[in-house]
Design a protein around this ligand. Structure first.
Ligand SMILES: C[S@+](CC[C@H](N)C(=O)[O-])C[C@H]1O[C@@H](n2cnc3c(N)ncnc32)[C@H](O)[C@@H]1O
Length: 330
């Protein structure tokens, strides 16, 4: 942990792969054995604390955030001083042994609270881009990096994408980063003696965010909370650093552009009510405008004022829209 405090802001890597149909039908990347997963996480410097899967994907809660493995897609999200990009090389090695080649890479992160505590290659965004450019296979030839600004120096969105073909993606991803959590609500993420993790999921209201999801939760000692939600082929994930002075929570989920847009809007309202953050950013990655255009109207009645909205197009992913909000109580 950094001397000054725990770095809540995560780094997130999403890698897509292509392989022959018979391999995909046999589970694809889910055939990666646990020793290989441990070796990949060892390079990042984190470990698995719990795991659950269903017919669509495997989900792992990590000592620092989460990992999701689908048949042709891997998402790793890690916080603290982990070296997430160091997973790329072992991932390429293990996936090629299974007969896969990488077809797309997305790397995103917010602004670190303690940037000086980050080790290489996370020392700054230029170093991260340089490292990605070096490690990624050359056939991922459509590449773009961008820092999307907001009204606040403390909140900007770093995006790097690389791919070898135009996307054909019906899924959207929502990444929410919240700071200055309501102090009373943040206290609920401190562990009581003999407290079970599902009790924290209940009392904080997290279980109500998507009541259909199977939740795999983990409570840290003396404080901190992580969960992965599994709902059919959709994941969601929440990570909470409740300590005063550097409190942080993240919410992330995936949806389809053909879903009822009210579903995700209702979820985002519940997320705001669980944490009541002072400042919040919402990044929407999608090929459709259906979701992001409704977000401000949904959360403003809850006391969150939209302060900025930035949009950029990326060759592999469609549009990324980065919106920031502050609480009217500030
Ligand atoms: C790993 S969790 C959630 C991570 C998530 N990215 C976040 O910060 O919101 C981080 C919280 O758990 C606490 N914690 C306690 N023991 C920990 C451990 N062994 N590893 C990581 N975090 C730990 C940290 O102080 C922090 O409050």
């Amino acid at each position: 942990m950094a001397v000054s405090g725990f770095e809540g802001f995560e780094k997130r890597l999403e890698l897509h792969f292509s392989g022959d149909d018979p391999i995909i039908r046999m589970g694809g990347l889910r055939q990666l054995d646990f020793e290989s997963i441990e070796e990949i996480l060892n390079a990042v410097q984190c470990t698995v604390v719990s795991a659950v899967g269903n017919q669509y994907f495997d989900s792992y809660v990590l000592s620092e955030s989460s990992l999701f493995v689908y048949s042709t897609k891997i998402i790793i999200k890690t916080c603290g001083t982990t070296q997430l990009l160091k997973s790329i090389l072992p991932l390429i090695q293990f996936t090629s042994e299974l007969g896969f080649i990488m077809s797309e890479c997305r790397y995103t992160r917010g602004n670190f609270i303690f940037p000086k505590a980050q080790p290489y290659p996370h020392t700054n965004f230029n170093d991260e881009i340089f490292y990605l450019q070096e490690q990624l296979p050359i056939h991922l030839c459509y590449r773009k990096a961008s820092v999307m600004p907001s009204k606040f120096i403390s909140h900007s969105w770093h995006v790097f994408t690389a791919c070898n073909e135009e996307p054909n993606n019906d899924l959207f991803t929502i990444e929410v980063c919240m700071t200055e959590l309501d102090r009373v609500l943040a206290r609920k993420f401190f562990k009581h003696p003999n407290m079970a993790s599902n009790e924290m999921t209940e009392v904080t209201g997290i279980s109500e965010i998507n009541p259909n999801a199977l939740i795999c939760d983990f409570v840290f000692d003396p404080c901190g909370y992580s969960m992965n939600g599994i709902d059919g082929d959709r994941y969601s994930t929440i990570h909470v650093t409740p300590e005063d002075g550097f409190s942080y929570a993240s919410y992330e989920c995936v949806g389809s552009i053909y879903d009822d847009p009210n579903d995700i809007i209702n979820i985002l309202k519940k997320v705001v009510q669980v944490f009541r953050p002072g400042t919040m950013s919402i990044s929407t990655t999608s090929t459709s405008n259906e979701v992001w255009t409704r977000i401000a109207k949904a959360v403003e009645p809850l006391g969150m004022k939209c302060r900025s909205c930035t949009m950029d197009d990326f060759p592999s992913t469609g549009s990324v829209v980065f919106q920031t909000f502050t609480s009217c109580r500030k």
